[in-house]
Design a protein around this ligand. Structure first.
Ligand code: GDP
Length: 392
């Protein structure tokens, strides 16, 4: 499935480059083009592989390249003001070659949090291809302002995209590891999951064709129109027997083993750590991809896995297929879409409402320290505290 990536803000740019790195390593070429958008000049310069003519500085006149300081209303404002600059670069993307756009951003900060929904809305207005979002939720240790930003960005972003894939930094934090030191590892984990999913169906020259390859339309149909998705992944090493002398093919692995290996990988992918933790019972649609050496991609294994996901989710819309690659692993990716219950989002919304209330109290409290009162809430003072108004 061919994608144009648009990374907004620092996390957006870094995760975008991690996906590009996966695509290059795997030699697939599902990334057709990539554009980085930021208000911080230093972050744009810090990118490594995005071509210079695909890096767009927005808000330059107002922010002088210094970023938004985690103010997502400012992020949304400057993105709206400079949308023309962004779209001029996107116009150079060979859009007739792509199946979809993927707009990527960290939702807890300022530029990506505020800017990504603005960019997504405009892409959807201008292009017929689906526009998907990839949103990164802040970790609990980042504090309440990040939770507030993420909650507001989420309610806005989810409305502006055809589907919003979520990755929760909090679920992926390892003990003792700061977000800064761990972010490269997280980005790689995320890129691997998306990489296997989007590579599926991109058959390379000279590569074996799978028995039931996943094509772009199956991914698009699973993502559907609207809602939130999560991804699971698991892999098992296989000890591939060496081809015998003068034999043209490797000896075939045991069929029963291959069936069980796929089923076990799919179960681990769906029941293990998901990009956004969620209950399988609330899943509307799903897609499983089994990737690995063609002789290990047993059709019965995929069919049994598909039925197992149907049982677990109660969904009648579960697709499955394979993705043959030369590798020493059999991997499974499970895309869970149309999620009904989002406990982490509810938690972020709860923190957001409390934080906003606390900010109002501080504003009104003449005895509060100056620096706390300066954290003014610029939202509409008359809005009901039980609701969270979107950014746009
Ligand atoms: P922006 O540049 O204003 O959009 O803000 P950042 O992208 O720097 O930060 C927004 C949020 O993204 C942070 O609160 C983190 O939760 C997250 N974040 C920042 N950098 C990374 C990264 O490299 N990987 C991941 N997974 N998350 C990141």
């Amino acid at each position: 499935m061919n994608l144009a990536l648009v990374g907004v803000g620092q996390a957006g740019g870094k995760v975008m480059e991690a996906i590009m790195a996966y695509d290059r390593r795997a030699e697939v070429g599902f990334v057709e083009d990539a554009v980085a958008v930021n208000t911080a000049r230093a972050d744009l310069l810090g990118l490594e592989t995005t071509p210079l003519d695909r890096r767009v500085l927005i808000g330059g006149a107002r922010l002088k390249g210094h970023g938004t300081g985690a103010d997502n209303e400012l992020g949304a404002d400057v993105a709206s003001d400079d949308l023309g600059e962004v779209m001029r670069v996107v116009e150079d993307v060979a859009t007739h070659e792509i199946d979809a756009f993927l707009v990527i951003a960290g939702l807890g900060g300022g530029t990506g949090s505020g800017g990504a929904p603005v960019v997504a809305r405009e892409l959807r207005r201008r292009y017929a291809e689906p526009v998907y979002g990839l949103g990164i939720l802040p970790s609990r240790t980042e504090g309440n302002i990040y939770a507030l930003n993420a909650a507001r960005s989420f309610v806005t972003f989810v409305d502006q995209v055809d589907n919003l894939l979520l990755f929760d930094n909090d679920a992926w934090r390892e003990g003792g590891e700061s977000l800064r030191t761990g972010s490269d590892r997280l980005n790689e984990e995320l890129a691997r999951r998306l990489g296997v999913l989007f590579s599926a169906g991109e058959v390379k020259d000279g590569q074996a064709v799978g028995e039931s390859v996943v094509d772009a339309s199956e991914i698009i149909n699973t993502l559907g129109s609207g809602g939130v998705s999560s991804l699971g992944y698991a892999a098992t090493a296989v000890d591939r027997p060496k081809p015998r002398l003068f034999a043209r093919k490797r000896p075939a692995p045991d069929v029963g083993d291959s069936t069980n290996r796929i089923l076990s990988a799919v179960r681990r992918a769906a029941l293990g750590r998901l990009t956004l933790p969620c209950e399988l019972a609330g899943v509307e649609r799903a897609l499983l991809v089994a990737a690995g050496p063609p002789e290990y991609l047993d059709r019965r294994g995929i069919e049994r896995s598909r039925r197992w996901i149907e049982e677990q989710t109660g969904s009648m819309e579960v697709r499955g297929g394979d993705y043959p690659i030369e590798s020493d692993y059999v991997a499974a990716v499970v895309l869970l879409s149309g999620l009904a219950d989002l406990p982490r989002i509810e938690e972020l919304k709860g923190i957001a409402v409390e934080t906003r209330q606390r900010m109002r109290e501080l504003e009104a409290d003449a005895d509060a320290p100056e620096e706390l009162r300066d954290l003014t809430w610029s939202g509409d003072a008359d809005t009901d505290d039980e609701t969270l108004e979107p950014l746009l």
